[in-house]
Design a protein around this ligand. Structure first.
Ligand code: KG4
Ligand code: ZN
Length: 334
């Protein structure tokens, strides 16, 4: 079975063609980051227009690359597209394109939840991953710990009360005068810094609930920056600040994952989403490998991509999910 995946929920236009749920024949991501950087964040209207410009040439390119690996008897059997959550204008471009192609090619279309898509990055990267498992989805818009009881069957054990972990990285970068998006930049500066140089509060660390809160961290950073000497001294210690701030986020994520593992008794843990690309989080999860079965996707499948959407759509289709109409939903729940 060959599936065309389309992802356009935020600022990346992504297209992939996969075979039999997991084998990626071709995939591409067209990033809008440099265009949004000058505004310090994603501008929704602008994002939608850029998706519109990028999507058809990208589909053509990915289809051409995939065709080179497909037999003459193989064709697109299914189109999977992100239908939410995300930015309305961005989602509309992906959904309308998928529906138009589906109708022109007479191929069924299935809508996929972006969060479920992230979980399927783990499905693609490791065939041995089978439910039940704990899933930490950490991105620019989401920080959730889920219990995957089956593929397509999830219980949210806990989430953030305010900012997402990726948002905490992005807002910190803005305060530090670093480019958007901040996660990867803070990660790379942290490698050169001392995570114990500054103390940041680890939010909700001692509560007995799987819950997160990152908005206070950003305020703590603001106060720390105000106390610092200006000029050169400030630039010298920026690596230490990044490392310490990042350590507080990772500490919070790990503390609550451990709590979820304790509460459920499940020791199979998968992480996904843009923040799962973070080297400190990856190292922290990896250090648990003796105690837990850990699943970490490659970096390219942590951030938004269409292979994960194609995989989630294919598995849902095989489970019997059918959709006559696909309506984009910016607040779609899992
Ligand atoms: O999953 P994603 O591409 O888009 C959303 O669904 O939000 O995640 C983007 C988020 C951004 O907040 C970005 O700063 C963060 O992932 N991110 C990172 C790293 N790479 C991307 N955060 C921490 N460390 C990284 N290496
Ligand atoms: Zn995402």
């Amino acid at each position: 079975m060959i599936t065309l995946g389309i992802e356009s929920s935020c600022d990346d236009t992504a297209v992939a063609v996969i075979r039999d749920s997991r084998e990626v024949l071709s995939e591409r991501v067209s990033s809008q980051i440099t265009e949004h950087q000058r505004f310090g964040g994603v501008v929704p209207e602008f994002a939608a227009r850029m998706h519109q410009e990028a999507i058809l040439p990208l589909i053509k390119l990915v289809m051409d690359e995939a065709r080179a690996k497909m037999s003459e008897y193989e064709n697109i059997d299914l189109i999977a597209v992100t239908r939410g959550p995300g930015l309305m204008g961005s989602l509309m471009v992906g959904v309308l394109t998928a529906c138009a192609l589906g109708s022109a090619w007479d191929v069924p279309v299935i809508g996929v939840n972006h969060i479920e898509g992230h979980i399927f990055a783990n499905f693609i990267s490791d065939e041995s991953l089978a439910p039940p498992f704990l899933s930490l989805v950490v991105s620019g818009g989401h920080t959730e710990v889920l219990l995957a009881r089956g593929w397509g069957d999830y219980v949210i054990l806990g989430a953030t009360r305010d900012d997402a972990a990726g948002e905490a990285f992005d807002k910190a970068a803005k305060l530090l005068g670093l480019p958007y998006p901040g996660g990867a930049v803070i990660d790379s500066l942290s490698v050169k810094g001392n995570p114990e140089a500054f103390s940041f509060p680890v939010p909700l660390k001692n509560t007995d609930e799987v819950e997160f809160s990152f908005s206070g961290l950003k305020t703590a950073l603001l106060w720390k920056l105000k106390q610092l000497p200006q000029g050169n001294a400030k630039t010298e210690i920026i690596n230490d600040i990044c490392a310490s701030y990042q350590a507080a986020i990772v500490n919070s994520l790990m503390t609550k994952l451990e709590l979820a593992a304790k509460k459920t008794g499940i020791k199979k843990v998968a992480i996904s989403g843009g923040v799962a690309a973070n080297s400190a989080l990856r190292a922290a999860i990896q250090s648990k490998a003796g105690k837990w079965d850990v699943f970490i996707p490659p970096v390219a499948h942590c951030t938004d991509n269409a292979a994960m959407i194609a995989a989630a759509g294919t598995v849902a289709w095989k489970r019997g999910v059918r959709m006559n109409t696909i309506v984009p939903d910016p607040s779609l729940k899992l």
